[in-house]
Ligand binder design. Sequence first.
Ligand SMILES: [Zn+2]
Length: 428
Amino acid sequence: DLGIERSYENILRGEKGVEILLRDAHGRVKGRYEDGRYDVAPVSGKNLNLSLDIELQAYGEKLMQNKIGAIVAIEPSTGEILAMVSSPTYDPSMLVGRERGRNYLKLNRDRYKPLFDRALMAAYPPGSTFKPTQGLIFLNEGIITEHTLYPCYHGFVSGRLKVGCHGHASPLSLLPALQTSCNAFFCYGLRSMVDNRKKYQSPAKAFNVWKDYLVSMGYGYRLGVDLPGESRGFIPNSNYYNKVYGENRWSALTIISVAIGQGEVLATPLQIANLSATIANRGYFYTPHLVREIQDTVISPEFTTPKYTMVDSHYYDYVVEGMRMAVTGGTCRIGAIPGIEVCGKTGTAQNPHGKDHSAFMGFAPMDNPKIAIAVYVENAGFGATYGVPIGSLMMEMYLNRKIAPERKYLEERMLQSNTIIYSGVKKH
Ligand SMILES: [Zn+2]
């Protein structure tokens, strides 16, 4: 249940007929949204055309079977949502007809929470998918250039504080830091910014600048998707830390883990996908939306006006290059698609309640991108294990309408795998 009827109530209400149609990538009508559940007898009514690509949507649902999490795919040039999967899901026909009360209670009690649309309602630690935002902020603020080197001694070390990393060449600059997903680089970057007393009067002042950038990238507030129930995620500001630690009682080291998408920061899969679309566009996005067209009605300018971030467009080129390097020779190698220049970023988000979450953010092709995507699989471990394969298969299916023979094993592995068993939620 995407709740489309609630968002478009004012258009649907009082109309004699409404048909909500699904179209494929070529604009051909492929069927009715949720089997016509929301259609009203089409006497003289309006067509509401959704942007969902029904084949891609179905493919995503298959890949996410026996997993908990979400996929969101967006067309960067329009902000149209191509696929939005929340798993586990349920058969919408359960909520129509005589049994719907009983079924609702059953679904509501289900410990995997199928009624909870994780794509836009779940606020997750973004993990390393957050690192591109940090690189962009540091570049635009002049904290780093693309040549700035930071060391990584198997992590970021300052006094007794250590944020671990894995083996790679050191010192390193932004592009290889994105390629290898180096934790230390972004911790040093955040420290150079928040503790910079030449540029900012106080950590609080620096941090509020940091927050403003993230808000301009669509984080911390609802994006305004045309569906109900969207979560705003969470981006702390200095007041938040003043309350927690006391005024002037915190510094970069106190909050260092936000540099790698841990700590207090939270984002929805929709926000992460929107970040990917923004990077694909080199600095702007359209508010993600599902309704492409309402017959005889102009869709709200909210959805057709580009929103620019606070970061200069040319800095995005470095991040795009770093995300390309992650696929050609870094943490996203398994996401390489023959003949397509894929850009990507893994995320492995620490989860205090159990096994790490596996995430991916990417887009393709590198130039003139057609699809941007975020994948989040709860309790599935490294980003490269589930996030990257699922995200790249979705992009391949969308762009090529088939999976290359040499990548069939990956599809098979995803279709066969079950990560619900790691969720800690007991079967009932
Ligand atoms: Zn490192």
